[in-house]
Design a protein around this ligand. Structure first.
Ligand SMILES: Cc1cc2nc3c(=O)[nH]c(=O)nc-3n(C[C@H](O)[C@H](O)[C@H](O)COP(=O)(O)OP(=O)(O)OC[C@H]3O[C@@H](n4cnc5c(N)ncnc54)[C@H](O)[C@@H]3O)c2cc1C
Length: 406
């Protein structure tokens, strides 16, 4: 086991878009930070279907305005992955990959200890300890794909993620689910020669209200074309009863039992975040529309446990909201500043805003905060207010937030 001796200002768990945005902001703030990622950079996006076009437009996804320039209107998985990876490389963000956070202990006053596990190239497992004053859980909401909990779901032919259609040409494939991921998978499979059946609940199939999570029209239209041309079959079902080596038995919407020949099943019915570490730290959770979510301050992203923050995507109430909040998070990075140590921010700002020194003093108990290097401090001191604001992108800073934060 190795133990880092320095205490980081800010440790970020997860290198998805939210974690990368946080790292970017922390770097710009001059904080000492580290992102710990158990998979790869933008691991969730790497697990999207190969060649998939994003639903979101570049301005909703890019790290800096104008920096993501896809060939078409919207980026593909590959373009987006490359964008995030090059952002990390170009800005030399501090990220370790292939390292999983397995425990977080401690408190804001004494600092947090983060325990991780990673596998080295010789196959040995190593454990590391890090210390940090604040932790941001940017862990997304994809950890646990939901299951149907039916007999046969543990067979090796049943998958809970869909990556590419090419192994399934002329195979009997069933996709279970009513959201965009299931619809897209069914479409890709059908277009690439799999004999595809989509099993969907009637209410999902008939839902045309985008606000209620209806399938995107640019997914639905080609899907309907595949159906009209006889390549894709849709079954409205009530429940899946059993998966066997060569079939799926289900009950249709009309109550009829059907056994359908089958080689492969994709169960794409959503996923949940892993809240184990947050709960162990004492973070309150509540029941959202679909699943359990952490409770947090929507202004600052801080939870009820001081120093523990959640990136909004894993904290919102439903999948649709998750995406909306994720995008807000990416678009409006201001919310992130709540997750950066307020005292340092006050201290810095008080150099150019005399009134802020009063805020700082009331917050920090008159302590002088000296976390920046002497070089940075003299550089900041030479900047006027606008330059400093530009430097830290705090033009939209609202004093009331700051005062309310601590
Ligand atoms: C098929 C599909 C298509 C989608 N399409 C879109 C779209 O078009 N537009 C859109 O806005 N959203 C889309 N989404 C949702 C999108 O993926 C999320 O909004 C986005 O990834 C959320 O970003 P995030 O950084 O919060 O979480 P994630 O991208 O999920 O990143 C979380 C990271 O944390 C890591 N992690 C988790 N636990 C630990 C741990 N204990 N230790 C270390 N690392 C950990 C994970 O490996 C992961 O890399 C789609 C999702 C799916 C499944």
């Amino acid at each position: 086991m190795s133990t880092a001796t320095d205490t980081l200002d800010f440790l970020i768990i997860g290198a998805g878009p939210a974690g990368l945005s946080a790292a970017d902001a922390a770097a710009r703030e001059g904080l000492s930070y580290l992102v710990i990622e158990k998979g790869t950079i933008a691991n969730t996006i790497r697990q999207y279907p190969v060649g998939r076009t994003m639903f979101s437009t570049p301005n909703e996804l890019e790290m800096r305005e104008g920096s993501l320039q896809p060939i078409r209107e919207k980026p593909t998985r590959e373009e987006l992955l490359s964008h995030y990876i090059h952002f990390v490389l170009d800005h030399d963000l501090h990220i370790t990959t292939g390292e999983e956070v397995i425990d977080v202990a401690g408190n804001y006053e004494d600092g947090f200890t983060v325990r991780t596990r990673c596998r080295s190239f010789d196959g040995k497992q190593n454990e590391n300890n890090y210390h940090a004053r604040s932790i941001l859980f940017a862990i997304g909401a994809m950890e646990y794909p939901r299951h149907l909990d039916v007999p046969g779901e543990d067979l090796p032919k049943v998958y809970h993620r869909f990556v590419d259609p090419y192994p399934y040409v002329r195979k009997e494939v069933m996709v279970v689910g009513g959201g965009n991921s299931a619809a897209e998978a069914a479409l890709f499979l059908s277009e690439e020669g799999a004999r595809t059946t989509m099993a969907i609940w009637r209410e999902d199939w008939e839902n045309r209200d985008p606000k209620a999570g209806a399938m995107k029209h640019w997914v639905r239209s080609p899907l309907e074309k595949e159906i009209a041309e006889g390549r894709l079959r849709v079954i409205l079902y009530k429940q899946i009863d059993e998966v066997t080596y060569d079939s799926v038995r289900l009950t249709t919407d009309e109550g009829e039992s059907k056994t359908i020949p089958n080689d492969v099943v994709f169960v794409l019915v959503g996923s949940d975040a892993d809240l184990t570490l947050l709960k162990k730290l004492g973070v309150k959770t509540e029941l959202g529309k679909l699943t359990e979510v952490p409770v947090y301050d929507t202004e600052t992203c801080e939870t009820n446990v001081r120093g523990i923050y959640v990136a909004a995507p894993c904290a919102s109430r439903a999948y649709r909201d998750k995406r909306r909040v994720a995008l807000e998070f990416l678009l409006n990075k201001e919310s992130l500043y709540g997750s950066i140590d307020c005292r340092r921010y006050c201290w810095l700002r008080s150099h150019v805003h005399p009134e802020l020194s009063r805020v700082r003093d009331s917050i920090c108990g008159h302590r002088t905060y000296s976390g920046f290097s002497a070089g940075s401090v003299s550089r900041f001191e030479q900047m006027d207010r606008d330059q400093l604001c530009d430097h830290f992108h705090h033009r939209n800073y609202r004093r009331s937030n700051l005062c309310g934060n601590r």
